[in-house]
Design a protein around this ligand. Structure first.
Ligand SMILES: [Ca+2]
Length: 419
């Protein structure tokens, strides 16, 4: 694996010279953790300790000494020091985001986002645990958010299985210390603009799950809402320097989006029927309008319902980047910082995990985006990670300054090191 991955990187020309990114770094890659099943997210401590989730297994830790301890499993997972029978995985849902409290040294709190059927009610939950001093177990589960929507059953949509559009990234802001939670629209047409439904949103909360002071969502909104009008954000990252949050979000046949968030802002996704000239749609969800099941035709794109509907919502937050109008499963994002990244220092990495049907070209890759200071435009690097590598579910800069990416296919967390 290690050798072949290095070969793949070298042979596909990840590192280049010349052009816009003349000072791009040369890269090498190796497997930090292998033999995983559907790795979904990771979070780091300063000493290199890494927490990571596998969507259908659960939460583990890789200690700074390299030991792997299985902490908390879901459903029928075996081999974990504890597990919760209410947690489950299905489709896009399962145990997803993981985060470490900014004051971990004092309180030993860690957090995960997972799908749950507690009390026979399907939902997504953000749970807080206490990690033991020996890092071999967790205790004290506290559900700090218990009412994030979940899609319970199949629909007429092409991606309409249970658990679809499940959101799931959780990260603490280095600026304000609050936890940001990305939630998907759950294929509920009314969800993203509904002031009380917390799917299709970015939440900003404290470690107990209470609304952050200063959230500016419009009057009548759930006070935990930081931004609304999202489709399925599965990446959020804070830009070094100004600490502005940026989401990475999947598009519907078209236009994956990177968006600089403004407190209280509307991301402009509104898949309700009869909005913006649309008619009724299957299951009252116009998310794939107008061709719910048809082949992709570039000419039709102009008529598609927009990821950011500036006609209906002129003040919506404009995306910095829309993947050249393509939907390829944009998933994770993180910023690179440090001189060893050369011209990429301060730029954003995005990862893709597309499945390429209905004519959308598959192009799983990580790529580097140079985003303008105002957050309203971006330039794509002319290099990208090889498509052959597989689907990228997580990307995160480690405390060693290297980039870590979770690859679903092959089940590994890869360390990318600039030379
Ligand atoms: Ca948008």
């Amino acid at each position: 694996m290690r050798t072949s991955f290095k070969l793949a990187v070298a042979s596909l020309g990840f590192a280049v010279s010349g052009g816009l990114f003349a000072a791009a770094p040369n890269l090498s890659a190796d497997v930090a953790v292998g033999k995983l099943e559907l790795p979904w997210d990771m979070a780091f401590m300063k000493d290199g300790t890494m927490l990571f989730t596998e969507k259908c297994r659960g939460l583990s830790v890789r200690t700074s000494a390299g030991a792997i301890n299985k902490l908390h499993g879901i459903g029928g997972s075996s081999g974990y020091s504890s597990s919760s029978p209410d947690l489950f995985c299905d489709g896009q849902a399962g145990m997803m985001g993981v985060a470490i409290d900014p004051e971990f040294a004092k309180n030993r709190f860690i957090y995960v986002y997972s799908s749950s059927k507690l009390n026979d009610k399907l939902s997504n939950r953000v749970m807080r645990f206490k990690l033991s001093a020996d890092m071999k177990s967790v205790s004290g589960r506290t559900d700090i958010v218990g009412d994030i929507g979940y899609k319970p059953k199949a629909s007429k949509h092409p991606f309409g299985g249970p658990g679809a559009h499940n959101g799931g990234r959780i990260k603490f802001s280095p600026a304000d210390g609050f936890l940001y939670v990305t939630t998907g629209d759950n294929h509920l047409g009314t969800g993203p603009m509904d002031p009380k439904y917390i799917g299709g949103k970015v939440l900003r909360i404290d470690r107990d799950g209470k609304a952050a002071a200063g959230n500016k969502a419009p009057a009548g909104f759930d006070p935990r809402v930081f931004t609304y009008g999202h489709r399925n954000p599965q990446g959020i990252a804070f830009r070094p320097g100004d600490n502005r949050p940026f989401t990475a979000e999947n598009g519907p046949w078209h236009s994956d989006e990177v968006t600089a968030l403004t407190n209280g802002g509307n991301a402009g996704w509104d898949p309700r029927p009869n909005v913006g000239g649309r008619k009724d749609c299957p299951d009252n969800y116009c998310g794939y309008s107008p061709n719910q099941m048809g082949a992709m035709d570039p000419k039709e794109r102009a008529a598609f319902m927009p990821m950011t509907d500036l006609k209906t919502y002129p003040n919506a937050m404009k995306p910095a980047w829309n993947n050249n109008g393509l939907s390829q499963g944009m998933f994770c994002n993180t910023f690179l910082s440090g001189a060893k990244w050369k011209s990429w220092d301060g730029q954003m990495v995005v990862g893709y995990a597309g499945i390429g049907i209905h004519g959308t070209p598959v192009a799983n890759r990580i790529e580097v985006l140079k985003i303008s200071a105002d957050g309203l435009s971006a330039t794509k690097s002319d290099v990208s990670w090889p498509t052959a590598a597989g689907r990228f579910r997580a990307c995160e800069q480690g405390p060693d300054g290297n980039l870590y990416v979770a690859l679903e296919d092959g089940g590994s967390i890869i360390r990318v090191t600039p030379q």
